[in-house]
Ligand binder design. Structure first.
Ligand code: TNX
Length: 541
């Protein structure tokens, strides 16, 4: 990782600004984000403009210290980064690209050793505050400058989202707007509560192409999420080309729930999705569900079945009936090939083996199979992730268990495993909002926006407390979800709440305050043209 040092020997005002951020937070409690802010120095415009505020951030930052006034972003602004660091330049370009459509400003990235003059944005990595960790950042906004400093590039990228959100919602407009573009003055020091802040998209029950997937990744990025779990195979579809077993995708990917059109990613498309996520500091977690949820594979290769007969492709939504033939050697040759190819395409350290909902194997056969799958994942240098059912096996100390419904996450935690919290009655975004929701299922109960937001990962499971929890993950299963608009409706706005649960400290979270911030974000989602759910619980603007 590059570690650029910023030497603060410049105009006093800038040095003061950079040092002010740590000082502001050395006191016990920073003022809450509620105490705002005199009117900024704006020339009055024809349309009334709400004063900028630090109160609209999702997820809520760790510490916020508002100050008087604001920074006015103008056509003359540039994004300064220290020279010689392509990674910082690319984060700078990303910020410029996000701000350009609405502002119409050029916002060039300017690699420079010197202190930026007033009116500019400054991004830097510094090594003097390692407590910020991988994803933390400090942001100081004065009338002169916006200075964003992190310990690692990922932190800078998270802070860039804060810069975007500090601007009026209209910054998300795809077409130029008049502005003015004011960031409220103040200081923020921010870092996540949990290391794993994930979202899962099931592309197996229905297939979604790269453009839909990238939009999903962009929503995650805006809300500082960092793990994109791609559920690539299930009974109804196999969605990634495996060169050594091409019929998995060609046959197994040919249809979807309800007989809807299938599809699959070529390895190049998958690699492109991974790179897109990576450019947003999001790690892709590929899932090949096994030994159950495998009808698409079983239908593609007869030899994977114990009786040597391929079943028909499955387009219904029942679960639990399928399993790989755990007693055959070819099954493990298949696993080895699939895991090897996907591991080679996936730079992140994780491989999700599913492991859920197998009702046709004996407990001993299930255990032996999952144990062996874990070993293959390990052999290819990845950490195994599995749904909570895998908690019964002898877990490697790198293995991660994802709680959704069952008792075995607790068992896994007792054995020392780290747990991802995806309680189905809170974090399953395929569950209906209420009884009138047309899309979705409701086996875990209806989940209104408030229910999805108002829980704490550390209070979900007796015996699974903060230290054993790696983080949280929202999941969108797609049995009933067929289009981008369907995804938007189920994911937005509940994803934002899960993102905040993963990032923000529990004691600062309160539904009645959150719903006001969420209301403002409705303007942003609308400018993305997202067909989000206008919950009656939220006072949308
Ligand atoms: C349970 S969650 C499943 C999925 C379904 C989902 C529908 C889990 C590990 N298994 O296969 O799609 O319910 O809500």
């Amino acid at each position: 990782m590059p570690n650029l040092r910023y030497e603060p020997f410049g105009p006093a005002r800038f040095a003061i600004l950079l040092f002010a951020v740590p000082l502001l937070f050395s006191c016990e409690a920073a003022a809450p984000a509620g105490e705002e802010t005199p009117a900024p120095p704006v020339t009055p415009s024809a349309t009334p403009v709400a004063p900028p505020t630090m109160n609209n951030l999702i997820p809520k930052p760790t510490f916020v210290q508002p100050a008087a006034g604001g920074f006015s972003l103008t056509a003359a602004a540039g994004i300064y980064v220290p020279p010689g660091n392509p990674e910082l330049e690319s984060i700078g370009r990303y910020l410029g690209e996000r701000l350009r459509p609405a502002t119409g400003f050029a916002l060039p990235v300017i690699p420079s050793d010197s202190i930026p003059p007033a009116g500019n944005i400054y991004l830097a990595i510094e090594d003097k505050d390692p407590a910020l960790g991988e994803e933390g950042y400090t942001l100081a906004v004065t009338p002169d400058l916006v200075a964003l400093v992190a310990y690692m590039p990922a932190g800078l990228f998270r802070g860039v989202q804060t810069v975007r959100q500090l601007l009026t919602a209209e910054i998300e407009s795809p077409a130029a707007r008049p502005g003015p573009w004011i960031l409220p003055a103040g200081a923020i020091r921010d870092q996540p509560r949990f290391a794993w802040r994930g979202a899962m998209l099931d592309v197996a029950r229905h297939f979604f192409g790269p453009a839909d997937v990238k939009a999903f990744i962009d929503w995650m990025a805006y809300y500082k999420m960092n793990r994109f779990h791609l559920h690539l195979s299930d009974d109804q579809g196999w969605r990634l080309m495996i060169n050594s077993w091409p019929k998995l995708a060609q046959t197994g990917g040919s249809t979807a729930v309800g007989g809807d059109p299938g599809g699959f990613y070529s390895q190049e498309e998958y690699a492109d999705i991974v790179a897109y996520a990576q450019s947003r500091y999001i790690t892709v977690v590929p899932e090949i569900d096994m030994p159950g949820h495998t009808n698409a594979a079983l239908a593609s290769y007869p030899e994977l079945n114990c009786d040597g007969v391929a079943p028909p492709l499955h387009t219904g939504i029942e679960t639990g009936f399928s399993t790989l033939c755990v007693g055959k050697d070819v099954t493990y040759a298949f696993l080895d090939d699939v895991i090897r190819e996907i591991a080679a395409l996936t730079p992140g350290p994780y491989f999700h083996i599913g492991g859920d909902e197998v009702s046709t194997l004996s407990p001993a056969d299930y255990l032996a199979f999952v144990q062996r799958a874990q070993g293959i994942v390990n052999k290819y240098g990845k950490r195994t992730v599995g749904w909570d059912e895998i908690g019964v096996i002898d877990l490697l100390d790198t293995t991660i268990v994802q709680y959704w419904n069952g008792p075995n996450a607790t068992l896994a935690a007792q054995k020392g495993a780290k747990v991802i919290m995806s309680p189905s009655n809170r974090a399953y975004l395929d569950q209906k909002y209420d009884s009138s929701t047309v899309l979705g299922l409701n086996w875990a109960g209806n989940i209104e926006v408030q229910e999805s937001y108002s829980w704490d990962p550390a209070n979900q499971l007796a015996g699974v407390s903060e230290g054993q929890i790696l983080g949280v993950e929202a999941a969108l299963w797609t049995e009933t979800i067929r289009t981008r608009a369907d995804i938007e409706y189920m994911v937005l706005p509940r994803l934002l709440g899960i993102a905040e649960i993963g990032w923000s400290s529990a004691d600062g979270r309160d539904w009645n305050e959150y719903r006001l911030r969420l209301a403002e974000h409705g303007l942003r989602l609308a400018l993305w043209n997202a067909d989000f759910y206008r919950s009656p619980q939220v006072p949308w603007k």
